[in-house]
Write a protein that binds this ligand. Structure first.
Ligand SMILES: NC(=O)C1=CN([C@@H]2O[C@H](COP(=O)(O)OP(=O)(O)OC[C@H]3O[C@@H](n4cnc5c(N)ncnc54)[C@H](OP(=O)(O)O)[C@@H]3O)[C@@H](O)[C@H]2O)[C@@H](O)CC1
Ligand SMILES: [K+]
Length: 481
């Protein structure tokens, strides 16, 4: 169930099921029952107001009301308008309980928000808008999406939407359930199966389902050279920590040989602090090209310096066979000439911008896109490379249109150096020959799991050491404690 469907794709899935012989009323019964069961699983019998709109979202609401009433719950419907679709009319006709107008001001314990679904195109107004602003979220169970949210963008239209403790949607998540701010409005999200069968879309949740079956576990004959060689380009003496964080991330995630390539002036600093990670000095492009000759992957950018040297180093690395992770300063340094960067990249390279860096190399794109998935996809096409747009809802996009959204991000990762480790994790997976889109997804997922599992007090230095337990989970064996 890791695909995410747009509103139009969900409509097509509904229509296909109906065309294949399942009536819409049957789908509505399944949807309403799933919501009622989700409520019963979480709450003792209590007073429930079901707010029903005129469309099929409201139709689902009438089914919920009927089910709860049958189970003996005190429940009534508050209708914003009479049912207007054939299926909603049929559902309302089977509701034999009390119906009052919206906002009848009764004392209630729970509110089922069945006003509008994910396809909402007009903002809430009047009583619906007032209720959205005033009902406490702990009381609210939303059907499909909290009313007021745009299903495709996760934005509240005109800034007004219900906030829910629980959202029950059907078949697959929609962008509003995974993108901020919508995700924050949804509370817990339950995806109920209503029997629509298989659908495939180019957008997925980033979960191991996407890539775990192709994770580059070492074979029995593995030796360190066969497990992939990663290089990490270091900045000057005063800014070397970022490269070491990236290098340790790459080593922990399984690259066989990881080397920090350092300007001569920073060598002593590194030498004092590195063990399993190897160290080599380079000076100038020719030396870098030679040192990079045998690398399978390279990380460039973390504290590299926004300098002509970083730009030249990137171009040099792009001419080697290594797959690149381009982060931080190696992105910023192309601010005035992003096309030079894009011309140098291959489709197996990965860019890992945060929104500020994204704006520098794709000016205006984020602001002018309906949401960040579209922005990341457009960026990936423009760059001809994988783009990982960081955030609480990190998006990974490929030039061929594949995209995935991280659902396991946590605020603990918003700490200095965290992104350097992420670049190293992706680099380490690229070095082991993993497909670049999948490596970016796997790196982001492992990184997020590690951060969420640690919680408060996390610093970037902790992250590489948290990777083995996550790998053990993926490998299906108990972690080493
Ligand atoms: N077979 C299926 O498809 C299944 C669908 N299912 C369920 O159907 C839901 C989608 O149903 P839906 O398409 O009828 O949309 P929904 O949001 O209920 O109503 C739109 C209506 O509201 C009106 N309206 C809009 N904004 C408004 C506003 N601000 N203020 C006032 N009115 C406003 C709008 O009017 P219009 O904009 O057209 O003038 C239109 O009349 C989906 O969320 C899921 O719960 C499940 O049962 C499983 C099977
Ligand atoms: K709703």
């Amino acid at each position: 169930m890791s695909n995410i469907l747009t509103v139009a794709e969900m409509g097509a899935a509904d229509a296909a099921a109906i065309a294949a012989g399942t009536p819409g009323t049957v789908l509505m019964e399944r949807a309403g029952l799933a919501v009622a069961e989700a409520i019963r699983e979480r709450h003792r019998r209590c007073r429930v107001a079901v707010l029903c709109g005129p469309g099929n979202n409201g139709g689902d609401g009438y089914v919920v009301a009927r089910r709860l009433k049958r189970w003996g719950w005190p429940v009534w419907v508050e209708a914003s308008a009479p049912p207007a679709t054939p299926d909603a009319k049929a559902a309302a006709a089977r509701w034999r309980g009390e119906t009052v107008s919206l906002g009848a001001q009764r004392q209630t314990d729970l509110v089922v928000d069945a006003l509008y679904g994910a396809g909402l195109s007009r903002p809430l107004d009047g009583e619906a808008a007032r209720l959205a602003r005033t009902i406490p979220r702990e009381q609210v169970i939303a059907i499909d999406t909290p009313s007021g949210l745009s299903g495709d963008t996760g934005q509240p239209l005109k800034d007004v939407a219900f906030r829910a403790a629980l959202t029950v949607t059907f078949h697959r998540r929609k962008p509003a359930h995974v993108l901020q701010p919508g995700r924050g409005y949804c509370g817990e999200v339950v995806v109920a199966d209503i029997g629509l069968g298989d659908t495939v879309s180019a957008l997925s949740e980033n979960s191991p389902d996407l890539w775990a079956h192709r994770f580059p576990w070492p074979s029995i004959e593995a030796h360190k050279h066969a497990r992939g060689r990663l290089i990490v380009i270091s900045g000057e003496a005063a800014s070397t920590g970022a490269a070491r964080l990236a290098a340790r991330g790459g080593l922990r995630v399984g690259a066989g040989l990881v080397t920090v390539l350092s300007p001569p002036g920073a060598l002593a600093e590194h030498a004092a602090q590195l063990e399993a990670v190897m160290l080599k000095a380079f000076e100038g492009e020719a030396a870098l090209a030679e040192a990079a000759e045998a690398a399978d992957a390279a990380v460039i950018g973390p504290a590299a310096g926004v300098t002509a040297a970083t730009r030249a180093n990137l171009i040099t690395l792009a001419h080697t066979g290594a797959a690149l992770v381009v982060d931080a300063d190696a992105l910023t340094v192309f601010k005035d000439r992003p096309d030079d960067l894009f011309a140098a990249l291959d489709r197996d390279d990965v860019l890992t911008p945060h929104p500020g860096e994204f704006e520098r190399i794709f000016p205006g794109l984020l602001k002018n896109s309906p949401e960040r998935i579209t922005a990341a996809r457009t960026a990936a096409k423009r760059a001809g490379a994988i783009v990982l747009l960081k955030g609480p809802d990190t998006v990974i996009a490929a030039p061929d249109g594949r995209a995935a959204v991280n659902l396991n991000g946590s605020p603990w990762l918003a700490t200095a150096g965290s992104g350097d480790v992420l670049a190293g994790l992706i680099g380490g997976l690229l070095a082991q020959g993993m497909d670049s889109f999948e490596a970016a997804c796997a790196g982001a997922w492992i990184h997020a799991e590690a951060g969420a599992g640690f919680g408060p007090g996390l610093i970037a230095e902790d992250l590489p050491g948290l990777v083995p337990a996550r790998l053990a989970d993926l490998h299906g064996r108990p972690p080493i404690r």
